[in-house]
Ligand binder design. Structure first.
Ligand SMILES: O=C(O)[C@H](O)[C@@H](O)[C@H](O)[C@H](O)COP(=O)(O)O
Length: 246
């Protein structure tokens, strides 16, 4: 797998614009080549960036198939629900129909929701092969987690399931469903967007650390794909100069 591509920009607004530009470029290329664009979205600051800029974008929304890299197992009316954040802040502004965005089922147990999510994935990625997303938009928490894959958690070692339930997430809420590394590392492209000086240490650990136990975000290494990190200067502040290309 090639080394991560690192883009360092001045401000969070620049990161947001660059993230959305990458998403749209990838979307329009996938639609042109395959007639469909498959994307996995994350919550947190990436959701805010995408919802702020995507409504202005030019793309054929009818060709998008939108999944969640992870999702909190909460009712849709819970403010923690990532799907509802996108529904209220993106879907309400663009012609992305309900049939093309795939939320979790919050009305079953979290384990059942993880199983049911596999069926939703199979409705777009048929057969038994690993789903290959065109793009996964990922965030990284201050502990180096990504999706709902947390440091030291047994799910880091999941090699057969394509989705998994977690009920002891250290980041509340505790119950979530997450994509696992078999799917994450089968993606054509995974992009992280991280901003702020508070992330500088963990960004340096993930991108330049040599730990025996790599942090979850450092384990995102698509076998036949690329990883792109879009950082503002604050988040990139502890990287070596080689990685600080503005
Ligand atoms: O729903 C979630 O909680 C996310 O998917 C989670 O993995 C998020 O991406 C990171 O916690 C980073 O969040 P921030 O970018 O807001 O720090």
């Amino acid at each position: 797998m090639a080394s991560p591509i690192i883009k360092v920009l001045d401000t969070e607004s620049d990161v947001s614009k660059q993230l959305c530009q990458l998403v749209i470029t990838r979307a329009n290329l996938a639609v042109k080549e395959k007639g469909i664009f498959t994307i996995g979205l994350s919550g947190g600051s990436a959701a805010k960036m995408l919802c702020a800029a995507l409504p202005e974008a030019t793309t054929d929304w009818s060709k998008w198939r939108v999944f969640f890299c992870d999702e909190r197992h909460v009712p849709f009316d819970n403010p923690e629900c990532t799907f509802s954040f996108y529904k209220n802040n993106l879907m309400s502004k663009v012609p992305l129909s309900d049939e093309h965005i795939f939320p979790l089922n919050p009305n079953v147990t979290v384990a059942e929701a993880a199983d049911l999510y596999i069926e939703k994935l199979r409705s777009v990625f048929p057969g038994n092969s690993l789903p290959r997303f065109d793009l996964l938009v990922l965030g990284m928490g201050p502990d180096g987690h990504t999706c709902s894959l947390f440091p030291g958690h047994p799910l880091l070692n999941e090699t057969s399931r394509i989705t998994a339930a977690i009920s002891d997430s250290p980041k509340p809420p505790p119950c979530r469903v997450t994509l696992t590394y078999p799917v994450i590392n089968n993606a054509a492209c995974a992009v992280f967007a991280s901003c702020g000086a508070a992330k500088a240490d963990i960004v340096q650990q993930v991108l330049e650390g040599k730990s025996e136990e790599p942090l979850p975000a450092a384990r995102v290494k698509p076998t036949n794909g690329e990883v792109i990190w879009i950082l503002d200067k604050g988040a990139a502040a502890k990287l070596t100069s080689a990685n600080q290309k503005l």
